[in-house]
Design a protein around this ligand. Sequence first.
Ligand code: FE
Length: 195
Amino acid sequence: MNNDTILDNIRAMHEANEPLSAFCQFPDDVIPQPVTARHMGAKDYFSREKGLFGDAYSNIITMLQELGAKAYWRDTYAGTQISDRFMDQFGCYSLIGKNGFFHSTTMNAWMVYMPAGLYYPWHQHPAEEMYLCLAGEAVFKKQGSEDVTLQQGGIALHQSNQPHALETQKHPVLCYVVWRNELNTPPILTYENAK
Ligand code: FE
């Protein structure tokens, strides 16, 4: 799959979703950049995953699985108190942004994958964030709100530095995640985790 096709697919998915487009207009300054593939455990879980139910985004899921072989899988929480299991199983690579397939000055975009039964502890970042659930199911938690279970097409919005967490139960989840503003400040685990 060439860069134009990949970008067209991402843009089409993004622009077809009203809340996402309202949150962050798909940028017009997106340019391809070289990616050095880096393997993480989650790449293997993702490539073998059979539990991502929901076919609304099946073309995107296929693309993300293909890109998984070439992607720079991230280890965002290396060196923190996060569990070894999380480091092995939590999957994330950048589509648009640092170490991603593309660059833009106004938006970062990632895929996030979690196998069933994984907890992504409370964390925060100054960037505002929107999740689009592509397949599977997860419980989205954020400070000041009731927990919400999302499936394909579901949206979660996180304000600047609003602590949030994510948990898969019986099913895995795959999401498309977008940041706007403060693109270069990485997430940190929220203080309560350390207690
Ligand atoms: Fe976040």
